[in-house]
Design a protein around this ligand. Structure first.
Ligand SMILES: [Mn+2]
Length: 264
């Protein structure tokens, strides 16, 4: 099995949590929903654990705990997000005029006083993170996307070539949905974006029924064709996570909408 795709079996439970961006309180609240001792009870974070635009950035506390849990629990999972990817590729990433890649490096030295663990050690951890998850009951899960460039299963399998600048991988870390207001816009405006039909054709290629992503801040959740976008922490008053019974088929969006829970 490729170590960049997690495959969940047709039994047990799965909690799905999207972008935390350094919010440790939310991280803790979601961890409390999970039964670490039950091997068939999984928790999956969709990436972007780090980089807060706010004053109290607790990205390091989250990461240190995540690294510990990843070592101890086979039922604890994290996908790569574009904010972790920015450190792997040394790409600057801006929010409100701040360079969040540089700020994160400063935060490490500030929190640790000495430079241990270093950014290099965090990057090593980021490089171990998978890109995707698939469930036997019908879901495909990623940080963002899909990529319109995936037309065949070969296109999809070629993503796993070790190159973090692979353009298709980048789409799965950065692409955003085209919402209604954009529909009339021209082709250059839809670059790096995807529509309902792109979700359908991608799911067809990988043989899944529905897709789950985070990345784009939404008010709790938003549906785009057979894709569900969730916001579990960042930039929403309605924090949503998913509670999936892996033994039950998810054949269409109504089955997936039934799995939506509000965290507060
Ligand atoms: Mn993101």
């Amino acid at each position: 099995m490729n170590d960049k795709i997690i495959e969940f079996p047709k039994f047990g439970n799965l909690i799905i949590v999207s972008d935390l961006h350094g919010n440790y309180d939310d991280y803790e609240a979601y961890i409390n929903l999970w039964d670490s001792k039950d091997q068939d009870f999984h928790i999956l974070f969709l990436g972007d654990l780090i980089h807060s635009p706010y004053f109290n950035d607790r990205s390091i506390e989250i990461l240190d705990d995540v690294i510990e849990k990843s070592k101890s629990y086979p039922n604890f999972h994290v996908l790569l997000g574009n904010h972790e990817w920015a450190h792997i590729t040394h790409t600057d990433i801006f929010k409100g005029g701040d360079n969040q890649r540089e700020d994160f490096e400063h935060l490490i030295s500030y929190k640790k006083r000495i430079h241990e663990p270093t950014i290099t050690e965090y990057i090593k951890f980021f490089k171990r993170l998978p890109f995707f998850a698939k469930t036997a009951n019908g879901l495909f899960i990623s940080h963002a996307g899909p990529s319109k460039k995936v037309k065949t299963s070969d296109d999809f399998n070629d993503i796993f070539d070790g190159d973090y600048n692979n353009p298709i991988l980048n789409d799965f870390l950065w692409n955003r949905p085209i919402r209604n207001i954009y529909r009339s816009q021209n082709a250059s405006f839809t670059k790096g974006k995807y529509a309902e039909r792109d979700v359908f054709s991608f799911l067809n290629v990988v043989g899944s029924k529905c897709m789950v992503v985070g990345h784009s801040p939404v008010n709790g959740y938003e549906k785009l064709g057979n894709q569900l976008i969730i916001s579990s922490s960042f930039d929403t008053d309605n924090k949503v996570y998913l509670d999936i019974d892996l033994s039950k088929d998810i054949l269409h969006m109504n089955h997936l909408l039934d799995c939506i829970r509000y965290s507060d």
